[in-house]
Design a protein around this ligand. Sequence first.
Ligand code: UD1
Length: 428
Amino acid sequence: MTVRSYHSSVEALTVIGGSRLSGSVQVTGAKNSVLKLMAASLLAEGTTTITNVPDIVDVEIMSELLRRLDCDVQQEPQSGTVTITVPERPHYRADYDLVRKMRASICVLGPLLSRCGEADVALPGGDNIGSRGLDLHIDGLQRMGAHVVNEHGYLIATAQRLQGANIWLDFPSVGATETLIMAAVRAQGVTVIDNAAREPEIVDICLMLVAMGAHIEGIGTSTISIEGVESLHPVEHRVVPDRIVAGTWAVAAAITGGDITVEGINPEHLRIALDKLHTAGAEVTAADGAFRVTMEGRPKAVDIVTLPYPGFPTDLQPQYIALNSIADGAALVTENLFEARFRFVRELARLGADVRTDGHHALIRGKAALSGAPVEATDIRAGAGLVLAGLVAEGRTEIYGVSHIDRGYAGLTEQLCALGAEVERISV
Ligand code: UD1
């Protein structure tokens, strides 16, 4: 299977602003979980089945990466199922041509090192949102006895058998927590990760690993304790719903003065984000596995501070800046995770938004109206923010860089149209 084109996209989304969105949308599995679950399958010989898989480009890239590691990967986008058959001895080198397309490829580092005693993983590229170091991944693996060097653009990690260790993360990094958990499940002895990340996607990975036979305590807390086992077995696992996609739909309702019910989601995972919409004037009702956002009139400006979970997610920051750009009043948004995430406001300014940035703060003075223009998406969530702004901008907005949006949002155009938006995907 070929990977859909990522670079040099000639496609654009055109949005005619002004429609009020209403109806229901179904959310599928989280991008930020499924990629790691696919990597975790490397930890057990045999066939792992993953369900509720979103039909996004990043899943194709990860499938291709696993095939290069000698796994057999079958994708069934219709049913949202991926099956991965892992050989007794997987290949241990993740090449640059795939890793550069998706930073999340780094998540094969822990499982490969654990299974093969060596992992050669190209240093990743990925989203254009900051420097995104790997020092916490490397420090943690070294504490577990791995030898790690950076040679010719590759991280080369070796360890005959990883040893349990006490690891204190300087920052609750999602990626580092995942790497270290996946390295520790088959290590000799007990590993304790302190100041671990607590995102729902990390809980999801832990639950799959436990089903595979891992011994993990403190799941969902900032202290995770893992007792290594000799071997793990393959399982079937359903991916946790995508809270970021769900949050994007919530903003779509609020920004268009609409009424959207989002199904297939745990509203608890979005508590702060939904509370902010309530502050902005929306009516938010949560039920078991769903929530509904209804908005009348213009939203009020809301301040945002991004933080690791359970704080406000950085992956919803551009969407809330878009909301604030047409809100009544001024809002201060503070970005604490990715310094380059404000790059997208230059594009938003092309639609007439009034946003000033200073370091990791952005001041947004809400305008009564935006006006449609051609803009460029620079990463997945910036793309989502621009689509939302386009939904309320007067006239026609053309969003280029659609390939970024395809990395994280399955069937976005169709879903938007079903909710009443005037959106089209065009080749230019
Ligand atoms: C993951 C998500 C991303 C989300 C982010 C924060 C995936 C595929 N991506 O990214 O969508 O925005 O969590 O919720 O799951 N850092 C270091 N050294 C390290 C690791 C991280 O300095 O070794 C820094 C990064 O530069 C960044 C911050 O820590 O400033 C957060 O990074 P991290 O939590 O690791 O995010 P990712 O796993 O890259």
